[in-house]
Design a protein around this ligand. Structure first.
Ligand code: SF4
Length: 242
Protein backbone atom coordinates (compact mmCIF):
# COMPACT_ATOMS: atom_id res chain seq x y z
CA UNK A 1 0.00 0.00 0.00
CA UNK A 2 2.95 2.36 0.36
CA UNK A 3 3.50 4.97 -2.34
CA UNK A 4 6.67 4.54 -4.35
CA UNK A 5 7.34 7.97 -5.85
CA UNK A 6 7.10 11.56 -4.66
CA UNK A 7 5.23 12.42 -7.86
CA UNK A 8 2.54 9.89 -7.04
CA UNK A 9 2.36 11.13 -3.43
CA UNK A 10 1.95 14.77 -4.54
CA UNK A 11 -0.74 13.85 -7.04
CA UNK A 12 -2.77 12.41 -4.17
CA UNK A 13 -1.94 14.70 -1.23
CA UNK A 14 -0.68 17.93 -2.84
CA UNK A 15 2.43 19.77 -1.64
CA UNK A 16 3.53 20.25 1.95
CA UNK A 17 3.89 23.84 3.15
CA UNK A 18 6.71 25.73 4.88
CA UNK A 19 5.11 28.45 7.04
CA UNK A 20 7.47 31.39 7.68
CA UNK A 21 6.97 31.25 11.43
CA UNK A 22 7.67 27.55 11.92
CA UNK A 23 10.52 25.14 11.56
CA UNK A 24 10.28 22.47 8.93
CA UNK A 25 7.10 21.44 7.13
CA UNK A 26 3.34 21.71 7.64
CA UNK A 27 0.04 20.78 6.04
CA UNK A 28 -2.90 23.17 5.91
CA UNK A 29 -6.58 23.05 5.04
CA UNK A 30 -9.00 25.86 4.14
CA UNK A 31 -9.76 28.00 7.19
CA UNK A 32 -13.13 29.27 8.40
CA UNK A 33 -15.87 28.35 5.88
CA UNK A 34 -13.46 27.71 3.00
CA UNK A 35 -15.56 29.94 0.76
CA UNK A 36 -13.32 29.35 -2.26
CA UNK A 37 -13.31 25.53 -2.14
CA UNK A 38 -16.40 24.75 -4.17
CA UNK A 39 -15.48 27.15 -7.00
CA UNK A 40 -11.93 25.82 -7.29
CA UNK A 41 -13.14 22.21 -7.27
CA UNK A 42 -15.61 22.93 -10.08
CA UNK A 43 -12.99 24.82 -12.08
CA UNK A 44 -10.47 21.97 -11.77
CA UNK A 45 -12.84 19.05 -12.04
CA UNK A 46 -12.14 17.87 -8.48
CA UNK A 47 -14.88 16.34 -6.32
CA UNK A 48 -16.25 18.83 -3.78
CA UNK A 49 -15.28 17.38 -0.37
CA UNK A 50 -18.23 16.37 1.84
CA UNK A 51 -16.91 18.61 4.62
CA UNK A 52 -14.29 21.37 4.50
CA UNK A 53 -13.32 24.47 6.43
CA UNK A 54 -13.27 24.76 10.21
CA UNK A 55 -16.36 23.17 11.77
CA UNK A 56 -16.18 24.63 15.28
CA UNK A 57 -13.85 27.45 14.20
CA UNK A 58 -16.27 28.87 11.62
CA UNK A 59 -18.93 29.17 14.35
CA UNK A 60 -16.45 30.78 16.75
CA UNK A 61 -15.29 33.18 14.04
CA UNK A 62 -18.67 34.97 14.20
CA UNK A 63 -18.07 35.97 17.82
CA UNK A 64 -15.59 38.53 19.13
CA UNK A 65 -13.61 37.35 22.13
CA UNK A 66 -12.73 34.05 20.45
CA UNK A 67 -9.36 33.20 18.89
CA UNK A 68 -11.12 32.43 15.58
CA UNK A 69 -12.76 35.90 15.28
CA UNK A 70 -9.57 37.38 13.94
CA UNK A 71 -7.97 34.24 12.47
CA UNK A 72 -4.59 34.80 10.82
CA UNK A 73 -5.39 32.09 8.26
CA UNK A 74 -8.75 33.50 7.21
CA UNK A 75 -7.89 34.66 3.72
CA UNK A 76 -5.48 37.36 4.93
CA UNK A 77 -1.83 37.93 4.08
CA UNK A 78 -0.18 34.97 2.40
CA UNK A 79 -3.35 32.98 2.94
CA UNK A 80 -5.20 35.18 0.42
CA UNK A 81 -2.97 34.19 -2.52
CA UNK A 82 -4.86 32.26 -5.24
CA UNK A 83 -2.09 29.64 -5.29
CA UNK A 84 -2.58 29.08 -1.55
CA UNK A 85 -6.34 28.69 -2.07
CA UNK A 86 -5.69 26.05 -4.73
CA UNK A 87 -3.17 24.27 -2.49
CA UNK A 88 -5.58 24.27 0.48
CA UNK A 89 -8.43 23.07 -1.72
CA UNK A 90 -6.27 20.25 -3.04
CA UNK A 91 -5.63 19.21 0.59
CA UNK A 92 -9.34 19.44 1.45
CA UNK A 93 -10.08 17.02 -1.38
CA UNK A 94 -7.07 14.83 -0.62
CA UNK A 95 -7.93 13.96 2.99
CA UNK A 96 -10.85 11.91 1.63
CA UNK A 97 -8.61 9.93 -0.74
CA UNK A 98 -8.23 6.30 0.46
CA UNK A 99 -4.45 6.53 -0.14
CA UNK A 100 -3.99 9.91 1.59
CA UNK A 101 -2.19 8.57 4.64
CA UNK A 102 0.21 6.58 2.47
CA UNK A 103 0.93 9.65 0.33
CA UNK A 104 1.56 11.72 3.46
CA UNK A 105 3.86 9.02 4.81
CA UNK A 106 5.94 9.31 1.66
CA UNK A 107 6.05 13.13 1.71
CA UNK A 108 6.72 13.63 5.43
CA UNK A 109 9.25 10.80 5.51
CA UNK A 110 11.08 12.32 2.56
CA UNK A 111 11.03 16.04 3.36
CA UNK A 112 11.37 16.38 7.14
CA UNK A 113 14.99 16.99 8.03
CA UNK A 114 16.25 14.32 10.46
CA UNK A 115 18.34 16.95 12.26
CA UNK A 116 15.16 18.90 13.23
CA UNK A 117 12.35 16.35 12.93
CA UNK A 118 9.20 18.40 13.53
CA UNK A 119 5.96 18.54 11.56
CA UNK A 120 3.00 20.86 12.10
CA UNK A 121 -0.46 19.59 11.31
CA UNK A 122 -2.86 22.24 10.11
CA UNK A 123 -1.25 25.65 10.10
CA UNK A 124 -4.72 26.54 8.81
CA UNK A 125 -8.05 24.74 9.00
CA UNK A 126 -8.96 21.92 11.35
CA UNK A 127 -9.76 18.21 11.48
CA UNK A 128 -12.72 17.37 9.25
CA UNK A 129 -13.60 13.94 10.60
CA UNK A 130 -12.56 11.05 12.81
CA UNK A 131 -10.83 9.19 9.97
CA UNK A 132 -8.47 12.12 9.47
CA UNK A 133 -7.39 11.98 13.11
CA UNK A 134 -6.98 8.20 12.91
CA UNK A 135 -4.75 8.71 9.88
CA UNK A 136 -2.70 11.35 11.74
CA UNK A 137 -2.23 8.94 14.66
CA UNK A 138 -1.22 6.18 12.24
CA UNK A 139 1.35 8.50 10.63
CA UNK A 140 2.88 9.32 14.03
CA UNK A 141 3.14 5.60 14.77
CA UNK A 142 4.76 4.93 11.39
CA UNK A 143 7.22 7.83 11.68
CA UNK A 144 8.40 7.69 15.31
CA UNK A 145 11.54 9.76 14.59
CA UNK A 146 9.35 12.80 13.78
CA UNK A 147 7.46 14.93 16.33
CA UNK A 148 3.96 16.05 15.31
CA UNK A 149 1.92 18.95 16.72
CA UNK A 150 -1.80 19.18 16.06
CA UNK A 151 -3.79 22.13 17.45
CA UNK A 152 -7.56 21.70 17.20
CA UNK A 153 -10.94 23.06 18.21
CA UNK A 154 -12.61 19.77 17.23
CA UNK A 155 -13.09 18.32 20.71
CA UNK A 156 -15.85 15.95 19.61
CA UNK A 157 -13.65 14.29 16.98
CA UNK A 158 -10.78 13.93 19.48
CA UNK A 159 -13.15 12.68 22.21
CA UNK A 160 -14.69 10.02 19.94
CA UNK A 161 -11.39 8.74 18.57
CA UNK A 162 -9.67 8.60 21.96
CA UNK A 163 -12.58 6.87 23.64
CA UNK A 164 -12.73 4.30 20.86
CA UNK A 165 -9.02 3.62 21.42
CA UNK A 166 -9.76 2.89 25.06
CA UNK A 167 -6.59 2.60 27.13
CA UNK A 168 -4.24 2.63 24.13
CA UNK A 169 -2.07 5.72 24.66
CA UNK A 170 -1.41 8.20 21.90
CA UNK A 171 2.01 7.90 20.28
CA UNK A 172 4.45 9.90 22.37
CA UNK A 173 5.59 11.84 19.28
CA UNK A 174 2.11 13.30 18.66
CA UNK A 175 1.11 16.39 20.65
CA UNK A 176 -2.58 17.18 20.27
CA UNK A 177 -3.40 20.62 21.72
CA UNK A 178 -7.04 21.42 22.37
CA UNK A 179 -7.46 25.15 21.73
CA UNK A 180 -9.36 27.39 24.13
CA UNK A 181 -12.57 28.82 22.67
CA UNK A 182 -12.12 32.19 24.39
CA UNK A 183 -9.34 34.76 24.37
CA UNK A 184 -7.58 35.09 27.73
CA UNK A 185 -9.14 31.87 29.04
CA UNK A 186 -6.23 29.61 29.87
CA UNK A 187 -8.19 26.85 31.56
CA UNK A 188 -9.12 24.34 28.85
CA UNK A 189 -11.12 21.30 29.99
CA UNK A 190 -9.76 18.39 28.00
CA UNK A 191 -12.48 15.88 28.73
CA UNK A 192 -13.01 12.74 30.68
CA UNK A 193 -10.39 10.61 28.97
CA UNK A 194 -8.77 7.50 30.33
CA UNK A 195 -5.72 8.55 32.33
CA UNK A 196 -3.27 6.81 30.02
CA UNK A 197 -4.64 8.88 27.15
CA UNK A 198 -5.26 12.07 29.08
CA UNK A 199 -1.61 12.24 30.09
CA UNK A 200 -0.65 12.92 26.48
CA UNK A 201 -3.32 15.49 25.67
CA UNK A 202 -2.31 19.16 25.83
CA UNK A 203 -4.00 22.52 25.32
CA UNK A 204 -3.37 26.08 24.27
CA UNK A 205 -4.95 29.52 24.46
CA UNK A 206 -4.44 33.05 23.21
CA UNK A 207 -3.69 36.11 25.32
CA UNK A 208 -4.31 39.75 24.45
CA UNK A 209 -2.95 41.07 27.75
CA UNK A 210 0.69 40.02 27.73
CA UNK A 211 0.64 36.86 29.88
CA UNK A 212 1.67 34.61 26.99
CA UNK A 213 4.54 32.16 27.37
CA UNK A 214 5.16 31.60 23.64
CA UNK A 215 8.55 33.30 23.14
CA UNK A 216 8.19 33.96 19.39
CA UNK A 217 8.58 37.74 19.90
CA UNK A 218 12.19 37.09 20.88
CA UNK A 219 12.74 35.40 17.54
CA UNK A 220 11.19 37.95 15.18
CA UNK A 221 7.78 36.24 15.35
CA UNK A 222 9.16 32.86 14.42
CA UNK A 223 9.70 29.79 16.58
CA UNK A 224 13.46 30.25 16.48
CA UNK A 225 14.94 27.41 18.55
CA UNK A 226 11.72 26.88 20.56
CA UNK A 227 9.85 23.58 20.07
CA UNK A 228 7.54 23.78 23.09
CA UNK A 229 4.38 23.15 21.08
CA UNK A 230 5.60 19.68 20.11
CA UNK A 231 6.50 18.83 23.70
CA UNK A 232 3.81 16.74 25.42
CA UNK A 233 5.33 17.54 28.82
CA UNK A 234 4.47 21.22 28.19
CA UNK A 235 0.78 20.80 28.95
CA UNK A 236 -0.44 24.29 28.05
CA UNK A 237 0.91 26.98 25.72
CA UNK A 238 -0.32 30.60 25.73
CA UNK A 239 0.20 32.50 22.48
CA UNK A 240 0.13 36.24 21.93
CA UNK A 241 -2.78 37.34 19.73
CA UNK A 242 -1.57 37.87 16.15
S1 SF4 B 1 5.61 28.24 21.95
FE1 SF4 B 1 7.51 27.90 20.81
S2 SF4 B 1 7.03 26.27 19.34
FE2 SF4 B 1 5.07 27.11 20.05
S3 SF4 B 1 4.53 28.71 18.54
FE3 SF4 B 1 5.64 29.71 20.26
S4 SF4 B 1 7.76 29.77 19.58
FE4 SF4 B 1 6.74 28.22 18.26
Amino acid sequence: MFIRTLKEAKEIAGNLGQPDKMPQWAYGLPANEGSYVEGICKERGWPVPPKYGCGVGSMLSKHSGTPCFNCYADERGNYSYPSVHVNRTKHAVAVYHPMWKYAMHKLIGHYVDPSDPHFRWLDSGDLVNEQMLLDIIWLAEQLPRIKFWLPTQERKIVWTVLHNRGHIPLPSNLCIRISSTKLNNHYVPIGDYFLTVRGKLCSSSVSTVGDHDCPSEQYNNTCGPCRLCWDTSHLHTIYKEH
